[in-house]
Design a protein around this ligand. Structure first.
Ligand SMILES: C[S@@+](CC[C@H](N)C(=O)[O-])C[C@H]1O[C@@H](n2cnc3c(N)ncnc32)[C@H](O)[C@@H]1O
Length: 314
C-alpha cells in the first residue's frame, strides 16, 4: 500500500505501507515511528494507494496521476480530501477521466475510490505535466503548491529591500523555498563567504538548486527547527505561518528560537512576517537586542542580535 501526502491518517496493522512525501518533518516522523518513506513510489507495484489531497488543485491532480501509475492494473485508489482543499473539483475532474466507484462524505471531507484502469487514460500525463516544475514569469523554476510559485511574494520582496549590502561571513536562509531570498542575498552581499539554504520541501529545494547558481550556496533538505549548521553571521527568513489553512504562529516562533541558537553572538537575524503575527515575545525571549526595522500596512521586518543563549561560542 502506498500513501501520498501528509499521512497522519494511515496505520494499518500488518500491512506494508510506503509513505510518499518530500516534506522533511513528515519524513522524519514516519522514520522515527519505524515506517517506510520515499520521494516516489515504484511504478505498477501497489495493490492499494491513498492520496491525501493537498490544497493546490493542480498539485492534487498530479498526485492522483502519480498514485494511479504506482498501482497494479485493477489496484484500488482512495482519494481523501477536505471540501476546503477542493475535493469536489478534484472529483469532477476524476469523473471526467476515470470511473469513480464510490464516494463517502463525512463532516467537511470526502473519500472517493476507483479501480486503476488499464491502460491509463492519456489525460493523466497532462495532469502530471501540469504539476511539474517550470519557469515562472520571472524565469525562476517553481511548481504548483510551492510558496509564491507565480512570482516573488510581497513580504519576501520587502525583506530583500532591507538586506544589508555589507554582510560578511556565513549566512543561512531558513525555509528557503525555491530560493527567492537566497538568490537576492547572494547578489546584494558580495562579502558573504557562504549561504546555507535550509528547506523542508524536497521539490522546492530542488528548484532552488536550479534558481540559485552562485557557488557560495549550499542546499540542505532539512527541518529548519532541527537544523544544526552554522554558527552564522546572518540568518534571513520568511518563515512558514500556516499549517494547512490555519495560521500557526508557533512555526515562526520555533524559527526564531532556532535562529538564536544558530547565530554567533554578534550575528544578526532578519525576518519578515505578517504584521499581526505575535512574534515579539519570542524575539524578547531569544535575544538581548531586537527591534522592528520597518513596518508596512501588511508586514513587519524584525531584526535581532546578541542571542541569549548560543549553541556554541563565536
Ligand atoms: C513563507 S515560505 C518562504 C519561502 C522563501 N523563503 C520565500 O521567501 O519565498 C516558508 C517556507 O518554509 C518551508 N518550511 C515549512 N516548514 C519548514 C521547516 N520545518 N523547515 C524548513 N522549511 C520549512 C516551506 O516549505 C516554505 O518553502
Amino acid at each position: 500500500m502506498v500513501v501520498f501526502g501528509p499521512s497522519d491518517v494511515v496505520r494499518l496493522q500488518g500491512a506494508e505501507v510506503l509513505h510518499v512525501t518530500g516534506f522533511r518533518p513528515d519524513h522524519d516522523r514516519i522514520v522515527a515511528a519505524g515506517g517506510k518513506v520515499a520521494l516516489d513510489a515504484p511504478l505498477g507495484h501497489a495493490g492499494l494507494a491513498v492520496v491525501c489531497l493537498p490544497r493546490n488543485r493542480v498539485e492534487g491532480l498530479g498526485r492522483i496521476a502519480q498514485a494511479l501509475a504506482a498501482l497494479t492494473p485493477g489496484g484500488i485508489l482512495f482519494v481523501d480530501g477536505q471540501k476546503t482543499d477542493g475535493i469536489d473539483t478534484a472529483l469532477k475532474k476524476m469523473r471526467s477521466a476515470l470511473a469513480v466507484m464510490g464516494v463517502a462524505s463525512k463532516a467537511h471531507g470526502k473519500i472517493a475510490w476507483l479501480q486503476r484502469p488499464d491502460p491509463l487514460p492519456p489525460v493523466l500525463a497532462e495532469w502530471r505535466a501540469n504539476a511539474a516544475p517550470r519557469p515562472n514569469a520571472d524565469g525562476f523554476l517553481t511548481a504548483p503548491g510551492m510558496f509564491s510559485a507565480d512570482g516573488l511574494d510581497p513580504a519576501s520582496a520587502l525583506l530583500i529591500e532591507n538586506f544589508p549590502s555589507n554582510a560578511t561571513g556565513l549566512a543561512a536562509d531558513l525555509g528557503a523555498g525555491w530560493g527567492a531570498l537566497s538568490a537576492a542575498l547572494l547578489t546584494q552581499a558580495p562579502g558573504l563567504t557562504g549561504l546555507d539554504l535550509v528547506e523542508a520541501d524536497h521539490a522546492a529545494l530542488q528548484a532552488a538548486q536550479t534558481n540559485v547558481t552562485d557557488t557560495r550556496a549550499r542546499f540542505h533538505w532539512a527541518d529548519a527547527t532541527r537544523w544544526g549548521g552554522g554558527p552564522y553571521d546572518l540568518i534571513v527568513a520568511n518563515p512558514p505561518f500556516h499549517v494547512a489553512r490555519t495560521a500557526e504562529p508557533s512555526l515562526g516562533q520555533a524559527f526564531i528560537r532556532t535562529a538564536a541558537n544558530l547565530l554567533r553572538p554578534k550575528g544578526r537575524l532578519l525576518m519578515v512576517a505578517n504584521r499581526q503575527l505575535p512574534y515579539e515575545a519570542s524575539f524578547e525571549a531569544a535575544f538581548h537586542s531586537w527591534s522592528p526595522l520597518t513596518t508596512t500596512t501588511h508586514y513587519k521586518i524584525l531584526t535581532a542580535t546578541r542571542p541569549r543563549s548560543t549553541r556554541r561560542a563565536a
